[in-house]
Design a protein around this ligand. Sequence first.
Ligand SMILES: Nc1nc2c(c(=O)[nH]1)N[C@H]1C(S)=C(S)[C@@H](COP(=O)(O)O)O[C@H]1N2
Ligand SMILES: [Mo]
Length: 331
Amino acid sequence: MLIKKRTGIEIPSSEITPKQIYLSRRKFMAGAAALATTAALAACSPASLNQSSDAEPGADQPDATATAGEATAGATTDELGDSLTTFKDVTNYNNFYEFTLDKEDVAPKSADYPTSPWQVEVGGLVANPGVYDVNDLRTRFEQEERIYRLRCVEGWSMVIPWMGFPLAQLLKEVEPASEAKYVRFETILDPEKMPGQSSPWYEWPYVEGLRVDEAMNDLVILSTGLYGEELLPQNGAPIRLVVPWKYGFKSIKSIVKIDLVDEMPTSLWMAAAPNEYGFYANVNPEVAHPRWSQATERRIGELGRRKTILFNGYEEQVAHLYDGMDLHENY
Ligand SMILES: Nc1nc2c(c(=O)[nH]1)N[C@H]1C(S)=C(S)[C@@H](COP(=O)(O)O)O[C@H]1N2
Ligand SMILES: [Mo]
């Protein structure tokens, strides 16, 4: 396997392309693919087809039924050289217990969930609490693309091109007090429209947390989109957390509340099964789940299994956060 050397937290230029340019490049690539696979015409605007006359279709063509979102899949990789998971898989194989436990039924069950207007209340131990409209967050903070691996604690993984902005930017704006040690996140509570929230097995709403220094790490983003498009309900629209070195359940969806607190928050998963799900949940092939090994994973779209990497491949950027900590005890 070819492993490209990573240099610190540098982000490839492809990941900091302004959204408009990124989107037009995506259309451009979709157009190029359409020339080679006429069946894809429906997914492309005439303008992008005109642009594509001198384009090189390239080796990584999407299949004929690819949507615009899928046009970059295979043509783009993460920094380890691994292909993006297709738009179709990213948006049709989901964990979102508020709707259903069936990963392939989340998309249809959440399709009509209203995600606009949407406000996020940021408060707790801060100097400047505030209520932010998601549309304001989108313009206030520059939206970047971040291609991250997502490793679910269940043993499957994806590579997803998120759009979003560093959580640190929002936290700096509200100015955490010195007593603030943790950040607590809450998903919307709406049992009328979220049938899963009638399940007595979990303590709703879904809650997650990070230590403040973890939350300030540049890898942590609040995401509002993926594949250059606004988030769909199944992926946690209109705004969700992404913490790529931790198991996927830490990346809480459809956030309405962010609080700076002085005590470690109890997450929904810690409350449900404390011996199985701890606060840290760092991806670690050497720390088994009580019911299964975490040494390998199934990358969605691939056959067989691949080895799981410590901190999901982000060791250089985050290992210092856990200096002196026993990662077996602090699971
Ligand atoms: N509110 C909420 N957030 C959630 C979940 C959930 O059930 N409810 N599932 C988590 C799990 S287990 C995973 S693996 C990821 C999946 O994100 P994705 O469906 O966008 O790939 O979301 C996480 N965030
Ligand atoms: Mo997960």
